[in-house]
Design a protein around this ligand. Sequence first.
Ligand SMILES: [Zn+2]
Length: 229
Amino acid sequence: MPFNCETCKDKGAIVDHIDDNGLAVYKRCLCATEKLFKNKLGLALFAATKLQKSGLEEFVDKNVFLRGSVEAFYAHLRYVVIYHGLNFYYQLVSDKQLLDVYLGKDPDIESIRHYLGPKLLVLQLGGNGYKNVALPGIVTEMVQSRLFENKPIWVFNTKELASDDLCYSETLSQIIDDYFQSIAIGKASKSASSKQASAPSFDVEQPKQLKSASKTANDIAADIAKNLK
Ligand SMILES: [Zn+2]
């Protein structure tokens, strides 16, 4: 039987060096690292375009509204996850998955509070193909909950959020306007001729509420609570 990896003979580790006691010290084989990243990225990101640079890796502790093509979004996210390494605790979830959890259709996840766990939550909008009256409320609640807990969230949509989006709510739109940096991501085209081709067009718009003074998480939570009344 041929091995998948000739380097480690599918053991996942290779001898790094021999220590002072004459014992072999192992290190992880490249094939094992690749497998770990594959699990971490998930299928969509693993298959995405490999970027040489992104720039979005600097924004993992910020609330960001991203817009652009899904392909470009996946390519940038792929870069960001690999950049921050295997211990980077992020999760990518679509609005459709949130809805499924809410409706009890997901056997593995009990409540949307599950998504308060990750260091960075990446919420992809536009995944739900049909109108559901609960959807805007669930998405809004998810975003609010992350802000309340002072945990960063990225929200992705292919375009500016507008009333024709199935997850649209006025509250959501207001929160994004007020508290999120808005970033338009450029095309993630593979181009051998230009090293710059993969960089996002970084038109970062500062959120309204953060322009003047930097607000604390408590201020933001209080603001949101006020708006809800
Ligand atoms: Zn190997």
